[in-house]
Each structure stands twice: as C-alpha cells, then as structure tokens.
Design a protein around this ligand. Structure first.
Ligand code: HAM
Length: 420
C-alpha cells in the first residue's frame, strides 16, 4: 500500500457530512451578508506570497511548497488565500465588475508545518474578503460574521480576541519601543527572535519557544502606540462590537503571523480542540492591494480552518433528514423489474439502493438495515404476477401492497411525510 503523504488526510463518509454542513451553513451565511463566491488556482507565482504574506513571516521563510516548474518559473502551492484574492480583485477589476466587492472562497491551502492534531500540511480554509471600505463599521461587521458562523455551527466555549497593530505611520515607533524594552534581553531570546528583532520586531510575538515567553509577555502593547487615527478606529470597532453584544478580549499578543495587517486583527479560539485552538483569524490590510500592484484600496477579511471547525463542532445526534429506500428482489425475473423500479425512484428524486449480487432476501434486508432504509420495496414472483410492489415500513413494521404504476408517487409521499 502506498500511504497518503504526512500531514494530509482523506475526508471519508461519516466525516464528510460535517464538512458539507460547514460549507452549507457558511455559504448561506456569506450570501446573507452580501458575499459572492470566487475560485482561484491552487498554484500561484511564488512572489505573490513573498510580497503579500511577507518575506519575514514563518510561512514564507519556512513553510511554502515552492518549486521551479518545467518552464523555469517559480511556483508555489498557495499557503493562504488572501494574496490570491487580492490578485484576482486587481486582475479582473472586481471593483468595477461587482456592485460591492465582497468575496468568499473555500479550498485547500498548503504549509510545510509539523503535523499534529488540528495542524496539517494540506488543510482547508473558508475565507472572506471585503475591499474598499475603511469605515470601522465594516471591521465590526466582518467580526460579527465570523462570530455568527461559529455560533451557527454550534461551537460552544469560543473566545474572540481582538487587537490593533496600527498602521505604517505609528508602527515604526512601536517597533522602536519593542527594541528599547527588550534591550539586552534580546540576546536571551531564541535565534529566530534575534533575527526578527533585526528585520521586523513585531514578529517576535509569533514566537512559540517557552523560554522566550516571560520576556515577550513583558513587552509594550501596540494599542498604547497607536496614532490618533488608528486609536479612533479601534475605539469605534470596540463600540460597534459592544453594540452587537459580542463578547471579546483585547490581547496585545495578537499581531498575527502575516505581514500585511494594519489596525484591526482578530482571532476566534475554541476551548475543546487542543493546542491548535485558533479556528479562525483575520484582520484589516489597508496597504496590501497597492503593494501587489493594484489601486490604493483598503481590505479586511478572515479565514477559518475547516478541519478545526469540524473538530470544534458538537457531535450531537445528527438527523440529516435522509430517508433512503431499498429495493429487494426475490428471483431472477423480479430482479430486472427491481432494477427498473430502482431507476424510476432515482429519476423521481428519491435516494434508493439495491443489492446487486442476487443474495438471499434475508441478507438483502440486512443490507437495508445497515443503510438505515426508511422503506423496503419488495418484488417477487407474486408481486410481478399481480403488478404490485410490497412496501415495508422499516421503522414501524407493517407492509402494504401498492400497484407498480403508483408506487413511485406513493414512495415520494411517504418520504416527504417522514421529513415533516
Ligand atoms: P491564518 O491565521 O494563517 O490566516 O489562517 C487562518 C486559519 O486557518 C487559522 O486560524 C487556522 O484555523 C487555519 N490554519 C492555518 N494553518 C493551518 C494548518 N497548518 N492546519 C490546519 N489549519 C490551519 C490566514 O490565512 C489569512 N489569510 C486570514 C485572512 C483573510 N486575513 C485577512 N483575510
């Protein structure tokens, strides 16, 4: 057997229904909030992420699946969707094409990380982005959408954390304050942090090395170094969140591991899924569209890890509303009629199954039980001669003979009745 690649996983029946639920719930929600779906390629030019996600991030430094293709071009499997969506926004002038540029995407992302529970090398995100609105009301709306999503999936014990990382006007002063506060301590930090201190001190907050944490916890807070405009913006975001009654905590450590963020950043953490507890993260990126060669347009969005949403969702007794039918045949002449009936049921929009191997009626009924069939439709020599089908109620017991001509409509009514 050739096993799947480390850090990748198959999504099998039994679990895939939870994925479908995440997709259906979020799609409905996104459309209510005015978003339209976009699908972009999984491969992109490496420079899109080097420039977009940022040269100093762990993603670009350590985690990209990048390679040279046969044409000599540097290609990467996308590690996140935001730069791709910005590229599509610019490349297709979505600002002109859409009444309101609000877009969403579902799809696989790739990061060469150390696999563990909730952390994969191929994982899946759902991602939303809004372009061109700088009003803090949209920050609160995006957070509200994220919070609604988590709520509609029934995820309990979720915690929302927010922060403001300022803008290019106030960030340099904060960077200097970090270096000043670190002073000599910088030499006691890990090698990665020493490098970060040189190129982008904000990235020190990404550090996971346990020995570094006491030093990092004592560092200044970005919210204390915001310029007036950023301070007003953050105050308005908090006011709106208060108005919506969304509970949150301000965390000064929440700078997020990507370079493009300005002002608002946020994450939602789940209480029940282990160490990789960030189910969703996002923020504002006011300079990214321009930086990637587009017009000077602001942006904000978030992405959720679908694996982590699925992990955090309650098990619950799931009634998926399916009411399958099972067609059983006794004897060879009945088998052909049963195949025709099976096809008629499916054409009429009903889920129907059959045993193809011509087994005994007992083993066919066992199969019907395993499939949780609501009704079994039995055809034997008697039924054929009389032009009827025996319809057996698999949950309540009891059996009725229904004419072959009427049986499809009869089943449709039975199935619809059971779903009320
Ligand atoms: P991110 O925080 O890097 O942000 O990823 C968002 C979410 O993807 C995380 O909260 C987590 O649930 C999931 N995730 C990330 N890495 C993995 C992994 N290796 N395995 C499983 N799940 C993972 C972004 O990607 C930004 N593009 C979000 C954004 C959109 N910001 C603005 N717009």
């Amino acid at each position: 057997m050739i096993p799947a690649i480390r850090g990748t996983h198959d999504i099998l029946p039994g679990e895939v229904e939870r994925w479908q639920r995440v997709e259906a719930v979020s799609r409905r929600l996104f459309e209510r909030y005015g978003y339209a779906e976009v699908r972009t390629p999984i491969i992109e030019r490496e420079e899109l992420f080097a420039k977009g996600t940022g040269e100093t991030t762990d993603i670009v430094q350590k985690e990209m699946y990048a390679f040279t293709d046969k044409g000599g071009e540097r290609i990467t499997l996308r590690p996140e969707a935001t730069p791709s969506l910005v590229r599509a926004f610019v490349e297709h002038s979505l600002e002109q094409a859409m009444a309101s540029p609000k877009i969403y995407l579902f799809g696989p992302m790739f990061r060469y990380e150390r696999p563990q529970k909730g952390r994969y090398r191929q994982f899946h995100q759902l991602d939303v982005e809004v372009f061109g609105v700088s009003d803090p009301a949209v920050d609160a709306e995006v957070v509200d959408l994220a919070w609604a999503l988590v709520g509609e999936l029934g995820i309990a014990n979720a915690e929302l954390v927010v922060n403001s990382v300022g803008c290019p006007a106030c960030r340099p002063a904060f960077g200097e304050a970090l270096l000043k506060a670190l002073g000599e301590d910088v030499t006691r930090l890990c090698g990665d942090c020493q490098r970060r201190a040189g190129v982008n001190p904000l990235r020190i907050f990404d550090c996971k090395v346990p020995q570094d944490q006491p030093i990092i916890d004592g560092l200044p807070h970005s919210v204390d170094y915001l310029c007036d405009a950023c301070r007003d913006h953050f105050a308005a975001v908090e006011r709106h969140l208060g108005m919506y009654g969304i509970p949150y905590r301000v965390s000064h450590r929440l700078v997020r591991g990507l370079d493009y963020y300005t002002r608002t950043t946020f994450e939602i953490l789940a209480g029940n899924i282990g160490a990789q507890n960030a189910i969703l993260g996002g923020g504002r990126y006011d300079g990214l569209v321009k930086q990637l060669g587009g017009p000077d347009r602001v942006g904000i969005g978030f992405a959720a890890g679908i694996e982590r949403l699925v992990l955090a969702m309650p098990d619950g007794a799931r009634d998926d509303g399916r009411r399958p039918l099972f067609v059983a045949a006794m004897g060879e002449p009945a088998r052909e009629s049963a195949l025709a009936l099976l096809r008629d049921l499916r054409r009429a929009g009903l889920e129907a199954h059959m045993e193809y191997e011509g087994r005994s009626i007992k083993s066919q009924m066992k199969r019907a039980d395993r499939l949780k069939a609501a009704f079994a439709l039995i055809l034997g020599d008697d039924e054929l001669a009389a032009g009827v089908v025996s319809v057996k109620d698999m949950t309540k017991g009891g059996q009725a003979r229904v004419s072959r001509d009427a049986v499809v409509n009869h089943c449709r009514a039975l199935v619809a009745g059971g779903q009320e």
